[in-house]
Design a protein around this ligand. Structure first.
Ligand code: SF4
Ligand code: SF4
Length: 369
């Protein structure tokens, strides 16, 4: 794999990185997977205190014994939150202990948005000040951030110039951050991408996505990865790897000198633009219809319907709908279409003039068991 530059500090990184959020929870199973990835050249391992039921850092620390630590950059994170109070020094100390190391190469302020960046990161005595102190003591080599928020706020953070690298979302289905990624590169930040296969969505069967596959690309997951890597502003795609087969497949894809030709890349971009426009004809997720007094998450239900109807991701849409219904974590919060009692409160608020009650009925028919 040809390495790419990762930030202005001169680090070189493999185009695919090991995401340790889906590894088996037992060291005897996780260690061979992580070591196989490193033996095949991967040099960046991304973990976090809460991954794998809070076992990920311990498992990574165990796998990096016997001389493996020196072969990789370690990335881990400190939650910043909005309401909760987290202490960076405490989190850092625990991470160092679990990872069995004296320093973290890329320490992320985790899940920033405009609000917590301004109120908690930049505040006197806040996360940035503490991270800089830890860096001066040698516990952190580089200060990084991950981001889940509005693109304007991401651009502001990049412009402020406090960080060496960033970890953001970008994939075929969500190219919102593309401009910010280009800016980051221009400003000398390393760019790591989370969710290159759109949280697993692009690994699901879809006739619409399959039609986009250029010659020589066999699966939509491979296409998704190649699409991200074809963007030269991206330093690395962090892929959650569960087994050795996945490690080998990912490395084979990332080892290609040209992930996609310029024409293939442009064609995929224009097809996804068309699909997005089609989806937005239905619902733009603007949220003007919210809140629903009965807690129905109207835009989330319609977004699932878009995955079902426009992108042909039927299995995925049904699965997330069931999880929303069960109130599970890591899916949109709020109620499914089943809970609309047709009170009519939302009906005149939609700028798209969507007949929300009728459309929710259709969502229910299509996505319930
Ligand atoms: S009509 Fe349904 S979705 Fe709209 S506000 Fe009433 S319960 Fe909520
Ligand atoms: S107001 Fe209309 S377009 Fe906006 S989220 Fe609600 S249903 Fe979608």
């Amino acid at each position: 794999m040809q390495k790419r530059s990762f930030g202005s500090n001169g680090a070189k990184i493999t185009p695919i990185s090991f995401g340790a959020m889906r590894i088996p929870h037992q060291a005897d199973k996780a260690t061979p997977i992580i070591r196989r990835a490193i033996d095949m050249g991967i040099n960046y391992i991304d973990t976090a205190p809460f991954y794998c039921d809070s076992k990920s850092e311990d498992l990574v620390g165990e796998a990096l014994q016997d001389g493996y630590r020196e072969k990789v950059y370690i990335s881990t994170k400190c939650p910043v939150g909005t309401k909760d109070e987290y202490d960076l020094d405490e989190f850092l100390h625990q991470s160092l202990k679990r990872l069995k190391t004296d320093y973290i190469d890329f320490y992320h302020l985790w899940s920033l948005n405009g609000e917590n960046y301004r109120e908690k990161v930049l505040a006197p005595g806040g996360f940035l000040e503490k991270a800089v102190k830890a860096q001066e003591k040698g516990f952190i080599k580089n200060i990084s951030f991950s981001f889940h928020g509005e693109v304007e706020d991401l651009i502001e953070i990049i412009q402020d110039g406090h960080f060496t690298t960033m970890l953001v979302q970008y994939n075929i289905l969500n190219r919102e951050n593309e401009e910010a990624i280009a800016l980051a590169r221009e400003k000398g930040l390393g760019v790591a991408i989370m969710g290159p296969v759109a949280g697993g969505r692009l690994a699901r069967p879809s006739k619409v996505i399959e039609k986009m596959l250029p010659k020589g690309v066999s699966t939509s997951a491979e296409l998704a990865l190649r699409f991200v890597l074809a963007n030269s502003d991206v330093s690395t795609a962090v892929s959650g790897m569960e087994n050795i087969e996945m490690v080998e497949e990912n490395i084979a894809t990332a080892s290609r000198p040209e992930p996609l030709s310029k024409e293939e890349h442009e064609k995929i971009k224009s097809t996804t633009e068309e699909l997005k426009a089609l989806a937005e004809l239905y619902c733009t997720s603007c949220g003007y219809c919210m809140p629903c007094p009965h807690d129905v998450n109207i835009p989330a239900n319609f977004q699932l319907m878009n995955y079902y109807r426009v992108y042909d991701l039927k299995d995925y849409a049904r699965e997330v709908y069931q999880k929303m219904e069960a109130g599970e974590k890591f899916v949109p919060q709020g109620k499914t279409a089943q809970h609309c009692i047709e009170c009519g409160e939302c009906m005149d608020k939609c700028p798209q003039n969507i007949d929300i009650i009728k459309q929710l009925q259709e969502v229910k028919e299509a996505l319930k068991k």
